[in-house]
Design a protein around this ligand. Structure first.
Ligand SMILES: [Fe+2]
Length: 415
């Protein structure tokens, strides 16, 4: 078990023990005469929680946040903890989400609500039994904020530990999205409380706008994911048009990620290189089959046409927001540090780092794959070729990082 696994287990255990302890105290404090109210809200919670929305990095959000915040204000902390925890356990069982996820979800609900409830009881006017919006709005804002922060951090830490991604990267990647979602839901909680205080049945009026918010957010994320999948499938089709380059882009993505990791680049950069590797030759979609599948060496004219692929790839990806930070990697992946590459003949550090990394990954994979006009080089020969061209075609620091990755793979026992 490595240190990361140990951290994961300790964190999981601490959250689960704290959460279950809070749940136990809540169960001792509830009023059993109100059992039908509990059942009613647990059912509502389950309906809302059954379809959570998956985020970019393994976390999920659901509208149940709005409900649990409202329940905290209407019925108090213990009530809210019992309904949210039991509701979340039952939903996870129905959704077959696995016992680890289930018990963690339940525990993080208990802790977040307990923290938020503590803030609310400290800040809200003790004399008022009924929720009065003018007097409770400020305590509500702090309560919602506490709930969001606890909820988000508890989940972000477990995601970071279990997928071995730096916590900062998880927070940075999902924070904007989660904040937008949760802060837009917080006013919904307020509306539920106001409606419930005046006429309990009228809370059902809030369900259609909640469903609309859920669908809108879900579709937005789905479209983003589908756009990326479509582009990557198109890149695969390009790879497959030439049987000699099948899976080339996936391997380049893999090498590029490993080089970037070896160089100690931040997780975001590693991820960008993976994305860029998958689509770096997308522009070949516009290159004719007669050139792409030619069994002899290409003529000068054909080479010229083949070389347009980096610019074509750049143009195809330009309108897509998610590729905007890695367009230059695609455009310049055939540049050489001695300035003899294309399309612009950039020299040295004028070539973006990502493009220099892709160049090494791309060339190594090309050399170790068979071509119609030559058989594949051995891995050792390809590495020698990289060394010989280090400082001319390739960035020496990147070649060194690649060799280090390659040596670890070839001799797994050695560091
Ligand atoms: Fe290329």
């Amino acid at each position: 078990m490595d240190v990361q696994d140990l951290k994961f287990r300790v964190y999981f255990l601490v959250v689960v023990l704290a959460g279950l302890l809070i749940l136990l105290i809540s169960l001792i404090n509830i009023d059993l005469n109100m059992w039908y109210v509990y059942i009613f809200w647990i059912l509502v919670f389950m309906i809302i929680d059954i379809r959570p929305i998956s985020l970019d990095i393994k976390g999920q959000v659901s509208l149940s946040f709005a409900l649990s915040l409202a329940l905290l204000l209407i019925h108090g902390t213990w009530f809210c903890i019992v309904v949210s925890s039991v509701g979340s356990v039952l939903t996870d069982i129905l959704g077959k989400r696995g016992w680890q996820k289930n018990i963690f979800n339940c525990s993080q609900y208990s802790i977040s609500i307990f923290a938020a409830g503590t803030i609310y009881s400290k800040l809200s006017p003790q004399t008022k039994e009924i929720f009065v919006i003018n007097e409770h709005i400020i305590p509500f804002v702090f309560t919602a904020f506490t709930d969001i922060v606890f909820n988000f951090l508890l989940v972000a830490i477990i995601v970071a530990l279990s997928y071995k991604i730096p916590l900062f990267s998880v927070i940075k990647k999902d924070l904007g999205m989660v904040a937008l979602f949760l802060f837009s839901l917080a006013p919904m909680s307020l509306l539920i409380v106001v409606l419930y205080t005046n006429e309990p049945w009228s809370v059902i009026l809030i369900l259609p706008p909640l469903a609309l918010a859920h669908n809108g957010f879900e579709n937005y994320l789905k479209l983003r994911k589908q756009a990326r999948t479509t582009i990557e499938l198109l890149a695969d089709v390009v790879d497959r048009r030439d049987t000699y380059t099948a899976s080339h882009s996936s391997r380049v993505a893999d090498y590029a990620e490993k080089i970037a990791t070896e160089m100690g680049l931040p997780y975001e950069q590693v991820e960008k290189l993976g994305m860029a590797g998958r689509v770096h030759d997308l522009g070949k979609v516009a290159v004719d089959d007669s050139i792409l599948q030619k069994n002899e060496r290409l003529s000068d004219k054909e080479f010229k046409l083949m070389r347009t692929h980096s610019e074509t790839g750049y143009n195809i990806l330009s309108p897509l927001d998610m590729y905007k930070d890695l367009l230059s990697y695609v455009l310049y992946h055939h540049e050489r540090i001695d300035g003899k590459g294309y399309p612009q003949g950039l020299i040295g550090n004028h070539i973006p780092l990502g493009a220099r990394i892709l160049a090494v990954a791309d060339s190594y994979d090309a050399m170790t794959s068979s071509r119609p006009y030559r058989s594949a080089m051995s891995e050792e020969e390809a590495v020698q070729e990289l060394i010989q061209n280090s400082g001319k075609q390739f960035d020496p620091e990147i070649v060194a990082a690649f060799i280090s990755v390659w040596e670890k793979k070839s001799r797994p026992g050695e560091k």
